[in-house]
Design a protein around this ligand. Structure first.
Ligand code: KIV
Length: 292
């Protein structure tokens, strides 16, 4: 049965009561308190069905701007818009009951000034009911992180390899390989943690540097292509499931090969249709049976 339910932010959200129930949502302070404790389980989600499948197994669902590459076939995340993030976050909110939903601020929507960042983040939180936002950047974004967190907007940081800076790097390669880069990553993490970030994603970073950042920072670090020592881990769900058709980085562990399953199912369906084996009687409507 579907019904209108009240979600964490009192926005009306359609619910599907057939899904596993979880009454208590995981909050930002609860995640912040997990520093140095049980690792925080995070995955990305962009749609309602995926959020429903993942919700009971994860602590945090990130509506990542990776949606541009994974679902829209873009070559980088730079083309993702605020409207796209809002539509996908609303979809995820319809499926998530327990996991804390955090959404990415897309490229160009926050870097200009703390005020611009506030306007974007406030609009996203108002229109979606997400628990907080993630933004990329270290020392350079510390003032913005402080501006948002002092005004009640929870912020997750993102340091190391920052995909929105792909043009500046000239590619998606790992960071922290030189002493200067490693020192900058640590300084970046410290700056945004001091500015009030509740957690920090550390992406595509030398293992030792990610482990050092985890020791140094007072807030949880969430690794992706980083270190098992991080306080939590995140992967792009489609990478883990074998559904992404683009380049999959070496740090991804594939837990399933669903792309191959989709292909097999489509081939079987095509063959059945061509041989008139589908639909069968069970898939067709007959005349109404008379009541006994
Ligand atoms: O956009 C995204 O999905 C991300 C994660 C990979 C951390 O930023």
């Amino acid at each position: 049965m579907r019904r209108l339910g009240l979600h964490r932010c009192s926005l009306p959200v359609e619910r599907d009561d057939k899904m596993p129930q979880a009454t208590k949502a995981i909050t930002v302070p609860a995640l912040r308190a997990r520093k140095g404790k049980t690792p925080i389980v995070c995955l990305t989600a962009y749609t309602t069905p995926m959020a429903k499948w993942l919700d009971v197994h994860v602590d945090l669902l990130l509506v990542g701007d990776s949606v541009g590459m994974v679902l829209y076939g873009m070559e980088s995340t730079l083309g993702v818009t605020v409207d796209m993030m809002i539509a996908h976050t609303q979809a995820v909110m319809r499926g998530a009951r327990r996991a804390c939903v955090i959404t990415d601020l897309p490229f160009g929507s926050y870097q200009e000034s703390p005020e611009a960042a506030y306007r974007t983040a406030a609009r996203i939180l108002k229109e979606t009911g997400a628990a907080g936002v993630k933004l990329e950047g270290g020392e350079a974004m510390a003032e913005t992180v402080s501006f948002l967190t002092q005004r009640g907007i929870p912020v997750m940081g993102h340091i190391g390899m920052m995909p929105q800076s792909v043009r500046a790097y000239g590619g998606f390669g790992a960071r922290g390989k030189t002493e200067i880069e490693a020192g900058q990553i640590l300084a970046d993490g410290e700056a945004i943690a001091a500015a009030g970030a509740f957690a920090v994603v550390v992406e595509g970073t030398l293992e030792t540097v990610a482990a050092d950042a985890t020791k140094a920072l007072p807030v949880p670090t969430i690794g992706i292509g980083a270190s098992a020592a991080c306080d939590g881990q995140i992967l792009v769900t489609e990478d883990l499931l074998g559904l992404f058709t683009g380049f999959v980085p070496s740090f991804v562990k594939r837990y399933a090969a669903l792309g191959e399953e989709v292909e097999k199912a489509a081939a079987q369906y095509a063959s059945d249709v061509k041989k008139r084996r589908f639909p069968e009687a069970a898939h067709c409507f007959g005349p109404k049976k008379p009541k006994p």
